[in-house]
Design a protein around this ligand. Structure first.
Ligand code: FAD
Length: 258
């Protein structure tokens, strides 16, 4: 296991694990693992952590921050940066926060460590050493944090945006100093802007026309989906905006951390 701090102010850590006893660790980008450990009273505690990478042999990455007074996040953040076989038991992969097929235009919306599964999606869509899987669809990452120092994986996302004109990286900060030249404020405001501009560009009505209730759910097809990850309040705010545009609930895929 290799660990390093990627934000001192938010106490956020990036972890790279290697599962020595497995040749491969297959999972779908966006899924999570369940970590298990005993607390001081001997009670087993389980917490979910999103896989912050795309599948790659027997490796996976995590991204997590310390939660004040929290049990598991601090335990992981305090792990020494050396191989620690057996110190953390993990189960998985689990979960359905995964890219829907076929790939559509996609809004990836995250705050804080909610960016972890987005990194997995983006590594899979735009691999450095393999064919592009985005099929030319427009992919936006709208990423909200307080300060620029908390924009995790910024260089990686900027590098993808530089290589692929259909990937748009929109970091927005809520508390950065005046000299920040980029976006400010809430992710939902930029989501709104993207949806409105896209509808205008494509000549589509907003709110979108309601889905025919006669179409069986398995046959529903959309030309855009949103994937939202982070704390509940942000997820609800983004969902409300998208529902206001007439989006169908199956177009709004989300993962709550709290
Ligand atoms: C599917 C899923 C995937 C997740 N993936 C990640 C991930 O990739 N990275 C990551 O950092 N976390 C992730 N989480 C959150 C993680 O599982 C834990 O909840 C978090 O690490 C806190 O655990 P803890 O034991 O330290 O705190 P606890 O001892 O469980 O809680 C301490 C206090 O903190 C509050 N709290 C709990 N979680 C949070 C939070 N995330 N932010 C602020 N306050 C909180 C609790 O309400 C409680 O009051 C995920 C959660 C789910 C359900």
């Amino acid at each position: 296991m290799h660990k390093h701090c990627i934000s001192e102010s938010a106490q956020t850590y990036h972890f790279e694990f290697i599962l020595d006893d497995l040749e491969t660790f297959p999972f779908i980008p966006g899924q999570f693992i369940s970590a298990v450990a005993e607390d001081r009273t001997g009670k087993e505690q389980t917490r979910a952590y999103s896989l912050a990478s795309a599948p790659s042999g027997n490796r996976f990455d995590l991204c997590l921050n310390r939660v004040e007074g929290g049990f598991f996040s601090n335990r992981l953040a305090d792990l020494p940066d050396v191989p620690v076989g057996g110190a953390v038991r993990v189960y998985g992969p689990n979960g359905f926060f995964t890219l829907r097929a076929p790939i559509t235009d996609s809004l990836l919306v995250a705050t804080g460590t909610g960016v972890a599964p987005m990194r997995g999606f983006l590594q899979w869509l735009f691999p450095v050493d393999g064919p592009d899987r985005s099929e030319g669809k427009e992919i936006w990452l709208v990423y909200g944090t307080r300060f620029a120092s908390e924009l995790y994986y910024r260089e990686e996302f900027e590098a993808i945006a530089a290589r692929h004109s259909n990937f748009h990286y929109l970091p927005t900060l809520s508390r950065e100093a005046e000299d920040w030249p980029g976006l400010r404020g809430y992710v939902q405001d930029y989501v709104t802007r993207i949806v409105e501009e896209r509808a205008t560009r494509l000549g589509q009505p907003l709110p979108a026309l309601p889905v025919d209730p006669g179409v069986p759910p398995a046959q529903l097809r959309f030309d855009i989906n949103a994937y939202i990850c982070g704390l509940n309040d942000m997820i609800n705010a983004v969902r409300e905006r998208l529902k206001g545009f007439g989006w169908h609930r199956r177009q709004i895929i989300f993962e709550r951390y709290d």
